[in-house]
Design a protein. Structure first.
Length: 209
């Protein structure tokens, strides 16, 4: 499948999941319950109205955000490949990044099914912290420092599967065996992931103080 078709399919799936969550699973009552002790009734109504009127902006920005994400990650991997003395093209890496990203549609689907069909009596806090098969599930989130939540969410089974899929694709690009490809993929992708986790944790720490 062409890169453009894969990208559109990825964005379409994300838009479908997002639409289902916002239109059919998350209700106004969830906002009233979550913000009831923080805002007045009028402010909550205004917040809901604002999100309803401007939700289309998120849908429009979604493909832009993912295009930037895939491009930055592809450039990062390309730099790593060049640094390790291998050769390939940006287009091939970009295609590999898109294919690997489909792994993360699995937890997104699990989230929709879990809150849409199984655990329907949920809070917005439970929804935002929900990360299937991650280390954060081993802890009591209410007792964790806010800046610890995202790192623990990021260490999950699907991140590992993504890394293995990415390594399999890199193997084909650099024409090496799988073990050698993982020796390259783990430090290159892992360093980028660590930088991103530190960045998000830093923002969380600053906004929570």
């Amino acid at each position: 499948m062409k890169k453009s078709s894969l990208f559109l399919l990825m964005v379409l799936c994300l838009l479908v999941f997002s639409t289902i969550m916002e239109q059919f699973i998350i209700t106004d009552n969830h906002y009233y319950e979550f913000y009831g002790n923080q805002m007045s009734y009028e402010r909550i109504v205004g917040l809901i109205d604002f999100q309803t009127r401007w939700s289309w902006v998120g849908y429009v920005l979604l493909p832009v955000i993912y295009l930037i994400k895939f491009s930055v990650l592809s450039i990062w991997i390309l730099v790593g490949i060049i640094f390790f003395g291998y050769k390939t093209s940006f287009k091939k890496i970009f295609h590999l990044v898109i294919v690997s990203e489909f792994v993360f549609l699995i937890p997104a689907l699990i989230k929709v099914v879990w809150f849409g069909l199984i655990h329907t009596d949920f809070t917005l806090a439970e929804l935002s912290y929900f990360t299937p098969l991650s280390l954060v599930n081993l802890f009591d989130i209410e007792r964790l420092e806010p800046w610890w939540v995202y790192p623990l969410q990021s260490i999950n089974l699907f991140e590992l599967i993504y890394l293995l899929v990415l390594g399999f694709g890199v193997r084909n690009l650099i024409k090496q065996d799988y073990a050698e490809a993982l020796k390259f993929t783990i430090p290159v992708y892992g360093s980028g992931l660590v930088i991103w986790i530190v960045f998000v944790s830093f923002l969380t720490l600053n906004f929570s103080t």
